[in-house]
Design a protein around this ligand. Structure first.
Ligand code: WT7
Length: 633
C-alpha cells in the first residue's frame, strides 16, 4: 500500500482497511522506511495501564531515515531552507548531504562530551539551523531531546531541565525577533543559578556574536564542531526507545513531559506529512511554527525530512519589517505548502488585505492551520486572500500528545468546510462521548472528544510520572484516550473541535494551564489568592483574565503581577486583564467557582444564574461592579 492517498477512493479504501485490519494497515506503512531489523509484532496495547507498544522487535535510527536514506538520490537537494529575520540578509540552503554531515559532526561532538543513549539534552535556541542539527544529532546517538521554547523564562527552563534531569543544555547566545535582540544564554545562566544540578555541559552557539558571560561548564559550538569527527555511526534504537520529551501544560500547576517513542512516531510523522500536505518533489514547504512546540518537531523537522522534502525554517516574526513579510517570503521562495496558526492569520488580517495582495502567491497549493479553533471570519480571509479560492485550507486538529495530525481535510481529496477540521486520517478513530461516558452515535451532536484505538505516534508516558499519564488521558473514559477537547459532529460526520473542556487555555496557540498562571501570580508578594480564566480575544483567540486578592492596596500591583508571571513562566503567560478584588466566589467546600468568573470575564454577567449555594454570594455583585468600573476607565 502506498504511503500517500491521492483520490477520494483512496481515502475511503484506506480508512476502511485501517478499521478492518489496523495492524495490517500500519505494518504496510512501515515498509516505506529503513529498518536495521523489521518488527515482529505490529501492536500490543492496554489503555488501562496504559501500555502501548508499536513495531516491537524493530531496530532503527530515525536520523538515518531523515538523512542517510536520501543521500543516494537527493544529496544535492535542499533539505532546510533557512530564512533569516532581516529581509536584507540572504537565505541559506542546506542540502541533504550537508545536513547529514553537520548532524554527524554535532553527534560526534555530543559523544565527545560523554552524551550517550538515553541521556537527556535540553535545547533552548531560536529558529536557527543549528537547532535542527542538534535535534537530529541527539536522535542519531539515542539521546532524548527536550526542546524548550526560547520564550520561556529562566525559572520555566530550570523546571523542565530538573524534571528531565538533563545532563546538557544547548543554547544560542541571542535570538533575533523582528527589531528585537533577546538574550538566550543569559537566561540559561540564570536557570543554572536557580538549579539545573544535573547539567554538566552547556554548548553555546554564537548566533549574533553578542557579548555573553562565560562559565567553566560552557563550550563554544564552533570549537566543538571543529574538533569533532565528521562521521558518526547511528546508534541502533529499539522501536519503543524514547525519542523526545516535550513539556506541555495541563490542568494542574506543573507542566508535564510528554514522551514520544521512536518507530511509531517516525511512521506517523511521515505518513501524516505526506498525506496532509500532498508534497511533490520540487515543492517548497513552509511551516511557520517554532520548533519549541510539537508542530515544529513533527512538521518542520521530522515529517518533511523523512519524506525527503525541502522544509523552510523562518527565524523572524510575521510582522517584521511589515505585515507583508510572510507573503513576501512565499513569493520569493515560491512556497507550495504553507502551514500556520489562526492567531497569526487574525493578527495579519487586522493590517488589511492590501499586504497579501501585493504578492504573487500562485505557487501555493495547500494552506493549513493548527493550534486552536479557527473562526469563520479568519477562515474566509485566509481562503480569499491567501489561498485565493484555489489552494484548499487544511484545518488540522491534533495535540502535543498525539504526535501528529489526527483530524483534517485532505487537499483535493476530501471537502473542506469553514471551522471544521472534518475527517480523521485513516488509522484514527475519534468518538464523541457524554460526560457520563456514553457513546454519542448520532450526528449533529456535541460531546467530549476521545480516541478509541491506539495510533503509532501517541503519547507513551509523562516523563518520570506514568500515573499522571494514566490519570490525565486514560482514566476519564475506560478504554479510550481522552483529548480534553469538546467537539461537534455535523450531519455528514465532519468534526469541529470547539475547544478545551478542562482548565487549559489556548493563548495565541500557546497552551497554558490556569493553575500554572495562578501559581506564578501567587509568587508575587502581597498576593493572597488568585483565579485565572480565559475570555475570547480578537487576535489571541483566548485572553488571560486574572482576579487577584492582595493584602495591601497599591496602584502598581497589576504591573508587578505581570512582571512576576513573565519571570516565572515567560511573556506568553502575561495576563491581559487583571482585577484586584476583595474576595473570590467559593463553594461551601472552599473551591473557587471559576465558572462564575468566566462569565464575568466574558461579559456575560447576566447569565450567571443562581449563586445562593456559594459560601459568599455577595462577592459576585462586587466583582461585577468592579469589572464594569475598571473597564470604563
Ligand atoms: C490543543 C493542543 C497540535 C499542535 C499545536 C497545539 C487545540 C489544536 C486545533 C484545531 C481546534 C485545535 C485543541 C488541542 N487545537 N489544533 N485545528 N482546531 N482546536 O498543540 O499545544 O498540544 O495544544 O490545541 O484544544 O487540544 P498543543
Amino acid at each position: 500500500m502506498p504511503l500517500r492517498m491521492r483520490t477520494p477512493a483512496d481515502y475511503q479504501e484506506q480508512y476502511a482497511r485501517s478499521i478492518s485490519d489496523p495492524e495490517g494497515f500500519w505494518s504496510d506503512m512501515a515498509l516505506h522506511f529503513f529498518w536495521r531489523k523489521p518488527h515482529h509484532t505490529t501492536l500490543e496495547w492496554n489503555f488501562e495501564k496504559p501500555s502501548i507498544k508499536w513495531y516491537q522487535g524493530a531496530q532503527l535510527n530515525i536520523s538515518e531515515n531523515c538523512l542517510d536514506r536520501h543521500l543516494k538520490d537527493k544529496s544535492d537537494q535542499t533539505a532546510i531552507l533557512w530564512v533569516p529575520n532581516d529581509p536584507g540578509e540572504d537565505s541559506v540552503s542546506i542540502s541533504y548531504a550537508e545536513l547529514h554531515q553537520r548532524v554527524c559532526t554535532c553527534a560526534s561532538a555530543l559523544i565527545d562530551l560523554g552524551i550517550g543513549k538515553g541521556d537527556r539534552v535540553v535545547l533552548y535556541m531560536p529558529m536557527v539551523p543549528e537547532l535542527a542539527v542538534a535535534v537530529l544529532a541527539c536522535a542519531r546517538i539515542g539521546a532524548i531531546h527536550s526542546v524548550v521554547f526560547a520564550g520561556f523564562s529562566a525559572q520555566a527552563l530550570a523546571d523542565r531541565v530538573d524534571d528531565a534531569q538533563a545532563s546538557m543544555i544547548i543554547c544560542s547566545d541571542y535570538s533575533r525577533r523582528g527589531a528585537k535582540i533577546i538574550p538566550i544564554k543569559a537566561v540559561v545562566d540564570d536557570a543554572m543559578e536557580l538549579s539545573c544540578d544535573s547539567v554538566q555541559h552547556v554548548i553555546v552557539h554564537a548566533h549574533t556574536g553578542g557579548d555573553i558571560s562565560w562559565h567553566d561548564h560552557d563550550h563554544r559550538w564552533s570549537e566543538l564542531m571543529q574538533r569533532a569527527s565528521r562521521t558518526c555511526e547511528a546508534t541502533v534504537m529499539e522501536s519503543e526507545d524514547p525519542l523526545f520529551i516535550l513539556y506541555t501544560s495541563g490542568s494542574t500547576g506543573k507542566p508535564k513531559g510528554v514522551v514520544h517513542s521512536t518507530a511509531g512516531y517516525m511512521v506517523y510523522a511521515a505518513y501524516s506529512f505526506t498525506n496532509v500536505f500532498q508534497y511533490d518533489p520540487g515543492d517548497i514547504y513552509w511551516c511557520t511554527a517554532d520548533i519549541g512546540w510539537i508542530t515544529g518537531h513533527t512538521y518542520i523537522i521530522y515529517g518533511p525530512l523523512l519524506a525527503g522534502a525541502t522544509t523552510m525554517m523562518y527565524e523572524g516574526v510575521p510582522t517584521y519589517p511589515d505585515a507583508g513579510r510572510f507573503w513576501q517570503i512565499c513569493e520569493q521562495h515560491r512556497v507550495s505548502q504553507f502551514y500556520t496558526a489562526p492567531t497569526a492569520i487574525r493578527a495579519l488580517m487586522v493590517h488589511g488585505h492590501h499586504f497579501p495582495e501585493q504578492y504573487d502567491l500562485s505557487a501555493l497549493k495547500v494552506i493549513g492551520t493548527v493550534g486552536e479553533p479557527i473562526n469563520e471570519e479568519a477562515w474566509h480571509w485566509y481562503n480569499q486572500y491567501i489561498g485565493r479560492h484555489r489552494a484548499p485550507i487544511v484545518d488540522t486538529w491534533w495535540q502535543t500528545e498525539t504526535g501528529g495530525i489526527m483530524i483534517t481535510s485532505l487537499p483535493g481529496i476530501t471537502d473542506t468546510k469553514p471551522t471544521y477540521a472534518a475527517y480523521p486520517l485513516p488509522g484514527i478513530r475519534p468518538v464523541l462521548v457524554s460526560p457520563e461516558g456514553d457513546l454519542i452515535e448520532e450526528n449533529e451532536k456535541e460531546g467530549l472528544l476521545c480516541i478509541d484505538y491506539p495510533w503509532p505516534s501517541m503519547i507513551r508516558t509523562t516523563y518520570g510520572d506514568h500515573e499522571r499519564c494514566r490519570q490525565t488521558y486514560f482514566s476519564a473514559f475506560s478504554g479510550k484516550y481522552f483529548t480534553g477537547d469538546g467537539a461537534r459532529r455535523d450531519a455528514d460526520g465532519r468534526i469541529r473541535v470547539i475547544g478545551r473542556v478542562d482548565d487549559v487555555i489556548n493563548v495565541s496557540g500557546h497552551r497554558l494551564g490556569t493553575a500554572e498562571i495562578e501559581n506564578a501570580i501567587n509568587e508575587q508578594s502581597s498576593v493572597i489568592e488568585s483565579a485565572v480564566v480565559a475570555y475570547p480575544h480578537d487576535i489571541k483567540g483566548q485572553g488571560i483574565c486574572a482576579f487577584v486578592i492582595c493584602d495591601i492596596d497599591r496602584p502598581d500591583l497589576s504591573s508587578d503581577v505581570c512582571l512576576t508571571v513573565r519571570k516565572i513562566i515567560g511573556p506568553v503567560a502575561t495576563p491581559d486583564r487583571i482585577y484586584i478584588v476583595s474576595s473570590l466566589p467559593k463553594t461551601r467546600s472552599g473551591k473557587i467557582m471559576r465558572r462564575i468568573l468566566r462569565k464575568i470575564a466574558c461579559g456575560e454577567s447576566d447569565g450567571i444564574g443562581d449563586t445562593s449555594t456559594l459560601l459568599n454570594p455577595e462577592c459576585v455583585d462586587l466583582i461585577i461592579r468592579q469589572v464594569e468600573k475598571e473597564d470604563m476607565q
